[in-house]
Design a protein around this ligand. Structure first.
Ligand SMILES: [Zn+2]
Length: 148
């Protein structure tokens, strides 16, 4: 009996991958576009649910144009966001970030390619930088990316 329990624990954890729309259906986020209102409050809610706090460094990453692009797609009541974030100052390695949002701007799922970014509620600095970018976009109507 105890052996059975032990065996279950030994099973390798299945890696989580978000189910996302076809990447060809995503469009670059642009100034005239309306996305769910992502607020700092929503971001804080998400972080609290992940038992973590907002790291002010994330704002520096955003302002330092670590984000390469942000693209969105709508699918079955959710807005999907895909992005690529530079890993380091040198801007040689980047991580792909995915997130989905409800129409109310609540984060539904998130994932990132980095070691700390396994979903469905990834909250590594890359995911948070992308979410912070959405907050900034909703507030300022523009998005700072590396390619602009
Ligand atoms: Zn990450």
């Amino acid at each position: 009996m105890f052996d059975d329990v032990h065996n279950i624990r030994d099973e390798p954890e299945v890696e989580f991958h978000m189910v996302v729309p076809e990447y060809s259906t995503y469009k670059d986020l642009h100034a005239d576009q309306t996305i769910p209102a992502v607020t700092m409050e929503r971001l804080q809610d998400f972080l609290s649910a992940c038992y973590t706090n907002f790291n002010p460094k994330v704002a520096d990453l955003y302002k330092g144009r670590y984000i390469q692009y942000v693209r969105t797609a709508v699918h079955e009541n959710l807005v999907y966001v895909t992005s690529s974030v530079w890993a380091k100052m040198k801007k040689t390695v980047s991580y792909k970030v995915d997130a989905s949002l409800t129409k109310d701007g609540v984060v539904s799922e998130s994932q990132c390619e980095c070691a700390a970014g396994q979903g469905p509620a990834a909250h590594c600095k890359h995911v948070i930088t992308v979410l912070f970018a959405l907050v900034a976009f909703c507030k300022d109507g523009e998005l700072l990316t590396d390619l602009t």
